[in-house]
Design a protein around this ligand. Structure first.
Ligand SMILES: Cc1ncc(COP(=O)(O)O)c(C=O)c1O
Length: 300
């Protein structure tokens, strides 16, 4: 089910950020099996109750908090349109959605450039954003791979005068996530995807999780019937049988540690710890490199 690094196709694009250890043949047969029982001349259900229930029970959260969309890209875009009317603060480097949506809709977009996440609360205090602002943060970050812990997120949200969206596209590759904070932090919204760890990018399945979002958000911003039934069934099948994915993630974590130790031992290398599938390293006199954690391309 999982391929080893040695069997990864030699021409694979290794700067890709998905789960390279999840075999496409495994995913394909899981998806094909889901076609049985779909009545193709009919639409599925408008608001995906079964998928919301499956996600809710997998993460032990209320399924009414779950809002599926066409990939996390659509969910992020919908959240920016819904909540970004005052100001959008984007903690960069980040996935480009907050910037794209803000530019398109002429919203007040402010990039907040930061290397060390522990500097973020201080910087936000200095920027003093207006009440009703929207903070967009990816954790673990794309591309640095660093991740704020519970304490940092609590501190951040206790001072931020608006809603914070934490994009956890890579959370499954790491060792923690902020889902347990949802019930105590009403201004927190988490965005997740089946595109990375779960290997279903082609079927476009993402979702927001938040107690504060309402059915109105789904019907006005994500829209009814937004996901195909095949996508919904495939995501549910993955959650019902997560073993192969969880095994592959364990291997990714082991490889990441080996990679980090090996490079850190080299003279002149500084490798920042990463909880994701990408990593940043500094080679004295050359500057900052970023690359996928498995052998492959690197970019200066
Ligand atoms: C941080 C982050 N968020 C979201 C996405 C979008 O994923 P999708 O729309 O496939 O769910 C990506 C894709 O690269 C990403 O890196």
């Amino acid at each position: 089910m999982c391929t080893s690094v040695e069997t990864v196709h030699p021409n694979a694009n290794l700067s890709w950020t998905g789960n390279i250890l999840l075999d496409n043949e495994f995913v394909r047969s899981l998806v094909v099996a889901q076609t049985v029982g779909i009545v193709f001349p009919e639409t599925g259900r408008p608001d995906l109750p079964d998928l919301r229930r499956s996600i809710g029970s997998y993460y032990r959260i209320d399924h009414d908090w779950v809002f599926p969309g066409v990939g996390s890209s659509q969910v992020l875009d919908a959240l920016v349109r819904f909540l970004g009317t005052v100001r959008v603060l984007d903690v960069v480097p980040n996935f480009h959605m907050a910037r794209l949506s803000s530019d398109r809709d002429h919203l007040r977009y402010q990039p907040v450039s930061i290397r060390d996440l522990s500097d973020l609360p201080g910087l936000l205090k200095k920027l003093s954003p207006p009440r009703g602002s929207l903070l967009m943060l990816c954790a673990p970050r794309n591309l640095f791979g660093d991740c704020p812990g519970y304490k940092a997120v609590r501190e951040l949200l206790s001072h931020f005068p608006g809603i914070a969206v934490i994009d956890e596209a890579y959370a499954e590759f790491g060792s923690s996530n902020v889902i347990p904070l949802l019930s105590e932090l009403p201004s927190l919204i988490i965005v997740r995807t089946f595109s990375k760890a779960w290997g279903l990018a082609n079927l476009r399945i993402g979702y927001a999780i938040a107690p504060s979002l309402t059915r109105d958000f789904h019907s006005r911003f994500l829209l009814a019937y937004n996901l195909r039934e095949l996508s919904e069934r495939s995501a549910r099948a993955m959650l019902a049988n997560p073993g192969p994915v969880l095994d592959s993630l364990e291997t990714v974590r082991t490889l990441r540690t080996t990679f980090w130790r090996s490079l850190s031992d080299l003279t002149g290398f500084f490798v920042w710890p990463s909880e994701a599938t990408s990593s940043a390293w500094n080679i004295r006199k050359l500057g900052i490199f970023e690359m996928n954690l498995l052998p492959g391309e690197s970019r200066l």
